[in-house]
Design a protein around this ligand. Structure first.
Ligand code: GAR
Length: 204
């Protein structure tokens, strides 16, 4: 059983508000983890700025930097090894995580999705597209889901889920805002559950 703070990498592509909520939860609770790496497919984004401002290694890693996909995957695995990353939280990471990384971090990688999975998940369902689809379907509720990452998009075991109502007059943006508040509540709680599982060796 690890008796040190579990070394966490956060993968982001955008604003990074979920990254910030995890960072704050780790600082406040305290959760038995430390964020040792922010990895992003974008060199400049809110998440990367926040990492740099807070002394967290900010690594820009994109397929475009490599001649082949295999080299990109190799570089990602090497970086995770270099920072001795033990668990990963995807926080608005808008790229598919390579299979080899999913395998290496099986049961140790979380994702947050802005809907009630299994509904509104899968390829193409990310960010504002999710909320547009929920409104188009006429659903009366939505929410957020934290799940383990498996080979299939948005299909791994659900760790936590919370519901929010869809209100009359909602636009994709207003619904996104309500769901995001809920994401900031459940992601730290789900991370806490995963850390406990890792510590009690329910997973590896
Ligand atoms: C969040 O709503 C997150 O659930 C979603 O992107 C947003 C990122 O916001 N992720 C996906 O759609 C992944 N399929 P953030 O950068 O402020 O955390």
């Amino acid at each position: 059983m690890p008796n040190h703070k579990i070394r966490l990498a956060v993968f982001c592509s955008g604003t990074g508000s979920n990254f910030k909520s995890l960072y704050k939860a780790i600082a406040d609770r305290p959760l038995d983890a430390e964020i040792v790496l922010c990895l992003s497919n974008r060199s400049q984004c809110g998440a990367m700025e926040f990492a740099r401002e807070n002394g967290i290694a900010a690594l820009h890693l994109s397929e475009k930097q490599f001649a082949t996909y295999a080299e990109f995957v190799e570089a990602m695995l090497a970086a995770l090894g270099r920072y001795r990353v033990e668990a990963i939280a995807l926080a608005g990471y808008m790229r598919k995580v390579p299979q080899a990384v999913v395998s290496a971090y099986r049961d140790r990688m979380l994702n947050i999705h802005p809907a009630l999975l299994p509904k509104f998940g899968g390829e193409g369902m990310y960010g504002i597209h999710v909320h547009t689809a929920v409104l188009a379907a006429g659903d009366t509720e939505s929410g957020a889901t934290v799940h383990l990452v498996s080979e299939e998009y948005d299909k791994g075991r659900i760790v936590l889920q919370e519901r929010v109502p869809v209100l009359a007059g909602d636009t994709p943006e207003t619904l996104a805002g309500r769901v995001l508040e809920c994401e900031h509540r459940i992601y730290p709680a789900a991370l806490e559950k995963l850390l406990l599982e890792i510590r009690t060796e329910k997973v590896r």
